[in-house]
Design a protein around this ligand. Structure first.
Ligand code: Z5A
Length: 217
């Protein structure tokens, strides 16, 4: 019988280094001889990426209603799960995902103020019990992360998306919501200090991965 793969997510507020480190985690797992599928949310498949583009587009004058935003996040997730994540896990591949449902609790819950029981209802409906085996939460002060992000926006000459235009208080609420979730499930979450130099962040990630792999063997 094929053993189901493991599902690992990276989380954290904007600019903390998720994209950089999702590539590191993928490479580290491949070195262990595993098949790895790297993906991201919102997005990960062509249709889910189309929903992502709608969610991030800052050009509409009409504001996006918070419930509509929440439902679009879960619509993209349902597509992503059905087309990519579940088939990969079922054939034994490991899935490494840049953000997942903890981001919904942090952004739509903490940031927008939607009651977490409503989010949990959608989580149950869409995921039917599937949740990550390990969540690596990259944590740092939003002010320091903003400096990093501004460097990247300058280097790549890209515009701020709809979320990147939010105020500091929004990102503080997002960070607090993430930290509260991590504190309530210390078995699934590993908290990583993302303010350290990249080599130290990646050494910490490698330690957590090695420890979990030993447990899962
Ligand atoms: N969202 C939501 O609201 N609800 C949901 O359910 C989901 C998402 C799933 C898009 O996500 C938006 O969707 C997101 C939340 C919302 N918006 N926000 N904000 P995203 O993940 O695509 O966007 P993001 O959070 O803005 O990610 P990002 O801009 O790609 O940042 P990052 O991936 O965390 O950081 P990075 O690009 O890897 O690093 C930023 C820069 O710092 C870069 O130049 C790196 O080279 C540098 N860096 C990284 N690590 C270090 C260290 N350790 N030292 C120094 N410099 C570093």
């Amino acid at each position: 019988m094929i053993q189901r793969g493991r599902f690992i997510t990276l989380e954290g507020s904007e600019g903390v280094g998720k994209s950089t480190n999702v590539a590191f985690v993928e490479a580290w797992l491949k070195e262990q001889g595993l098949e790895v599928v790297r993906t991201r949310e919102p997005g990960g498949t062509p249709r889910a990426e189309a929903i992502r583009a709608l969610l991030l587009d800052p050009s509409f004058e009409e504001p996006l209603n918070s419930d509509a935003e929440l439902l679009l996040m879960f619509a993209a997730r349902a597509q992503h799960l059905a087309q990519k994540i579940v088939p990969a896990l079922e054939r034994g591949a490991w899935v490494v995902c840049d953000r997942f449902t903890d981001a919904t609790f942090a952004y739509q819950g903490g940031g927008r103020g939607i009651d977490s029981t409503r989010i949990a209802t959608l989580e149950h409906f869409v995921q039917q019990g599937l949740s990550p085996d390990l969540t690596l939460l990259l944590d740092m002060s939003p002010a320091a992360a903003k400096v990093r992000l501004e460097g990247r926006l300058r280097d790549q000459q890209t515009e701020r998306d709809r979320f990147e235009q939010e105020q500091a208080t929004f990102f503080q609420a997002v960070r607090q919501a993430y930290l509260a979730r991590a504190a309530s499930d210390t078995k699934r979450f590993a908290l990583i200090d993302a303010e350290q130099p990249l080599e130290s962040v990646q050494a910490a990630l490698a330690d957590v991965l090695a420890e979990r792999m030993a447990l899962w063997r």
